[in-house]
Design a protein around this ligand. Structure first.
Ligand code: FRU
Length: 477
């Protein structure tokens, strides 16, 4: 690798060593979620199984917990439970990625791991940085050992994309199918309409634009982080659209993320079904899926929200910000995707108790908890310490964060005619709610003073587990 790459790697290690002790001392560090070692994390990238390990690459800014120049960070794990930090594989060290090694994906081949990503550059000068002044290159880095990058090259530049596009084209997701390679790219047209470009290649290097996936009517101005996959026989186009305004209880966040069932052929004639939000909590964006070695379709999302008004106090107080959702297994139930925590997480269970409740019951909770509630009535009331209240009734599930714990987060609502069950994964500063076996999910960060009690009101049964912490091994100090 080039000299700049070596120097940047050293610089990252230096920052990590300087800041690790302060970050590690923060009681809000999560126990079973991936976080940046220091600094800032956003989208998951390059999710895959390669060489006997799961790989989670991610958007990483080690120098600035409020987001600075973006590298790729890297965690590996043989089992989704024991995680090892790896050196930054991609640095902004090339003319085409100087202002950020942006999101992308991994293609697993026998000889190597192919990392496709977007190299971002903002040119100096008076530009709007939408239709001019921004370089978004599709690039490929190849690593044989899955850790160290052997080569890095540009495949497509702005001039190679369709002529009606703005400079916002990014986030390649690549896969192999029928002996060929396919790539989807998120895009914004010059008229500010979001869409997804489909490319095809025979050799992984030369790519041809073969189709564009879009809605009949504009749906937001930019589609970020597209993904196209098949689960239980149904093709899904997933993406994170920007510019979709709130409609009642839908699109409550500044940006959405969700999916369309895709019928027909993504390479030719297709139709998109109704859009469904992947998560209706405060903090979930830019999810990416991959296939586990046993064939499961697993998704991990960024447990954050860009440009939101709410905040995370860890950034300024402890020098780190953001985390990933837990990995979730996806299925298609004929109408929608269901997402539930991967079964590996059950290995973190300890101290199991069963609580039948009729009226109000109070339980003690550990810092990490998995609460699986079967609901037998039309109403349910759950209170987690002084941090959050979950209320179900009249077809609405409402998650309310208290003023102190929400840091600007207030209330989110999920519409559900029936609530058969509710699973709550609580970590020190995050909550993930799975409604009706994962038909809907709500993910949020929260910062309670105390969340060591659980109040259950209504009628039903709860299986409660404490959650042991995952093991995170950091690079040698
Ligand atoms: C989504 C996103 C991507 C981009 C990356 C940059 O959160 O904006 O579109 O590649 O983050 O960090």
């Amino acid at each position: 690798m080039n000299a700049l790459n070596r120097d940047l790697n050293r610089l990252v290690r230096h920052f990590e060593q300087e800041d690790r002790a302060k970050v590690a001392a923060d009681p809000r560090r999560l126990r079973f979620h991936l976080m940046p070692p220091v600094g800032w994390m956003n989208d998951p990238n390059g999710l895959c199984w390669y060489n006997g390990n799961y790989h989670v690459f991610y958007q990483y800014s080690p120098f600035n917990a409020n987001r600075g120049v973006i590298f790729w960070g890297h965690w590996t794990s043989p089992d989704l439970l024991h995680w090892t930090q790896q050196p930054v594989p991609l640095c902004p060290d090339q003319p085409w990625n100087l202002h950020g090694v942006y999101s992308g994906s991994a293609l697993v081949e026998e000889d190597a791991l192919y990392l496709y990503y977007t190299g971002s550059v903002k040119f100096a000068g008076e530009y709007d940085f939408i239709n001019n002044g921004r370089g978004s290159s599709t690039a490929l880095a190849i690593t044989r050992d899955g850790i160290h990058v052997d080569s890095n090259q540009v495949l497509l530049e702005n001039k190679d994309y369709p002529a009606d596009l703005s400079c916002h084209v990014r986030d390649p997701k690549v896969w192999k199918q029928d002996g060929r390679y396919y790539m989807v790219l998120g895009a914004r047209t010059k008229d500010s309409v979001g869409e997804v470009l489909v490319y095809e290649s025979e050799d992984k290097l030369h790519w041809k634009h073969i189709n564009t996936l879009k809605t009949p009517e504009p749906f937001g101005y930019m589609w970020e982080c597209p993904d196209l996959f098949c689960v239980d026989g149904q093709y899904i186009l997933s993406m994170s659209p920007q510019g979709v305004s709130r409609q009642g209880n839908h699109f409550q966040n500044v940006y959405s993320c969700g999916y369309f069932p895709l019928n027909g052929d993504f390479r030719g004639a297709y139709t998109l079904g109704d859009y469904t939000e992947a998560d209706v909590g405060f903090d979930y964006y830019a999810p990416q899926t991959f296939e586990a070695p046993d064939g499961r379709r697993i998704v991990i999302g960024w447990m954050g929200m860009p440009d939101a008004e709410y905040t995370n106090p860890t950034a300024n107080e402890s020098g780190w910000q953001h985390a990933m959702s837990v990995p979730r297994e996806l299925h298609w139930n004929g109408e929608r995707i269901t997402a539930v925590p991967v079964r590996e997480l059950e290995q973190l269970h300890t101290n199991h108790r069963t609580v039948a409740f009729n009226g109000t019951t109070r339980e003690t909770l550990a810092e990490g908890a998995d609460i699986q509630i079967t609901n037998d009535s039309l109403h349910l009331h759950v209170m987690l310490g002084d941090g959050a209240v979950i209320e179900y009734g009249d077809g609405l599930l409402t998650l309310t964060l208290t003023e102190a714990s929400g840091c600007g987060r207030t209330q989110r609502v999920a519409e559900t005619e029936q609530l058969r069950n509710l699973r709550i994964l609580k970590d020190t500063s995050s909550l993930e709610l799975f409604l009706n076996d994962g038909e809907q999910v709500m993910s949020t960060r929260f910062y309670p003073q105390r969340a060591d009690t659980l109040l259950l009101g209504g009628q039903g049964k709860a299986e409660i587990y404490d959650m042991k912490a995952m093991e995170f091994t950091y690079l040698a100090e």
